[in-house]
Design a protein around this ligand. Structure first.
Ligand SMILES: O=C(O)C1=C[C@@H](OP(=O)(O)O)[C@@H](O)[C@H](O)C1
Ligand SMILES: C=C(OP(=O)(O)O)C(=O)O
Length: 431
């Protein structure tokens, strides 16, 4: 347990930082780099615990993966060279590793078993296993293959047409990974477009797929061609500093090289709608992913409604948006976000409990929350529920509190942003 005491933070957020690489893109770069024959170099890889689990998994399959800080070098002979892992694979806290690799392993001629930590062992896996079963996958696990640990007996798969009942990029990606090894054309239709890094990176690795509206079609049995990947900064990590700077008086912060894939920029839209002073510059595109610099300055903020199709574009940012809403004038309503209940923790209950302890006026609803601002925050002892996004939100709350905040355990932050406190120090010691 790493308890953290945060003193009230009087100084504004000033300066310039570059947040670590995007978690979703880092996972996918390791997966596709391992599937492609040849050498793949990944730059600005996120060396967070979740992405290291994905590397460990492919090393267990015999792939040669070297890591030098944020640079990864993969030398692979392709999936036909994968060895059956001798030991169960442990995915820690990482939902993305679990769901994507269940899809991949379903169609490989291997027997694999996977497990995770207490949080991951409680998260639903049937959302990937049900459609995979329609493809002929054989997956066994607790509660009728709903929960980890799971055993996967790889099979010859047949492609399916599937309408996703949940708005989940992890499920979509699991089915595309299975579809790569299936006979025939996989056709997936989403209710709302979710993050499209899998589709974008598959194309960068030479896979032919067709995207039309919310439908993706892909022929199976395609080979991937090795290519180098640059991972832009993670907008979900940048969100903590964007929110802090938007609401903390006299702030001015430049965030360099942040991923701006439109399926991820819901937080930018929300900040602008709430009244933030935000400017994007130096936009570029590498490997199909857009990134650029974001300059944000504090401004008076007002509450808004956040619901519908924007939710998947900011799903991981909702804890920090809730904190932001406590510092905005008026009411903020967040709806259609029931997915939060099955993240690392129930993020609706956890956010409401944490912010209530700090004196916010916030109520949970079935699919979101209602926040009345603007409220000065108090101090107190809060639990982060071993959830990285909760811990970082609790730390940013110290900017708006006039008393000490004690977070029970901040070790989870290493999952997605190991140097978070260093960056926080850089931008708050500029007076
Ligand atoms: O595909 C991905 O990389 C992710 C998809 C989202 O999960 P869902 O697919 O469950 O919505 C997101 O919350 C998670 O942090 C990463
Ligand atoms: C939900 C998250 O990740 P995962 O599903 O990969 O555990 C997250 O990073 O907020």
């Amino acid at each position: 347990m790493a308890e953290k005491r945060l003193l009230p933070q009087a100084s504004p957020i000033v300066g310039e930082i570059e947040v670590p690489g995007d978690k979703s893109i880092s996972h996918r770069a390791v997966i596709f780099g391992s599937l492609a024959k040849g050498q793949t170099k990944i730059r600005h890889f996120l060396d967070g615990e979740d992405c290291l689990r994905t590397i460990d998994a492919f090393r267990e399959l015999g792939v040669d993966i070297e890591r030098d800080g944020e640079t990864i070098l993969i030398n692979s002979d392709g999936p036909s060279s994968f060895k059956e892992p001798k030991n169960p694979l442990y995915f820690g806290n990482s939902g993305t590793t679990a769901r994507l690799l269940i899809g991949l392993f379903a169609g490989l001629p291997l027997f694999t078993t996977i497990s995770g930590d207490a949080s991951l062992s409680g998260r639903p896996m049937d959302r990937v296993i049900l459609p995979l079963s329609k493809m002929n996958a054989k997956i066994y696990g607790r509660e009728n293959a709903r929960l980890l640990p799971l055993a996967i007996v790889g099979q010859d798969l047949k492609a399916i047409e599937y309408k996703l009942p949940v708005k989940s990029a992890q499920v979509k990606s699991a089915l595309l990974l299975a579809g790569l090894f299936a006979e025939g054309e996989t056709k997936i239709t989403e209710l709302t477009q979710t993050r499209n890094h899998t589709e974008t990176m598959l194309e960068a690795f030479g896979v032919n797929l067709h995207v039309e509206g919310n439908t993706i079609r892909m022929e199976g049995k395609q080979n991937l061609k090795a290519t180098d990947v640059y991972v832009p900064g993670d907008i979900s990590s940048a969100a903590f500093f964007l929110a802090g700077a938007a609401a903390k008086q006299n702030s001015s912060l430049l965030l360099k090289n942040v991923g701006l894939n439109p399926t991820r920029t819901g937080i930018v839209d929300v900040l602008i709608k709430m009244g933030a002073d935000l400017e994007i510059s130096h936009q570029q595109k590498v490997g199909g992913e857009v990134f650029g610099d974001i300059l944000i300055k504090s401004a008076p903020l007002s509450g808004i409604e956040i619901s519908g199709d924007i939710i998947p574009r900011l799903i991981d940012e909702i804890p920090i948006i809730a904190l932001l809403a406590t510092q905005a004038e008026g009411r903020t309503i967040i709806k259609d976000a029931e997915e939060l209940r099955v993240k690392e923790t129930d993020r609706i209950a956890a956010v409401v409990e944490l912010l209530t302890t700090l004196g916010a006026n916030i109520k949970a609803t079935d699919d979101g929350m209602i926040i009345e601002g603007k409220t000065p925050l108090t101090g107190g002892k809060i639990s982060a529920y071993h959830d990285h996004r909760m811990a970082m939100m609790g730390a940013i709350a110290s900017l708006f509190s006039d008393e000490e905040i004690i977070i029970d355990d901040v070790s989870s932050i290493a999952i997605s942003y190991p140097r978070f406190f260093d960056d926080l120090k850089i931008v708050t010691s500029n007076e």
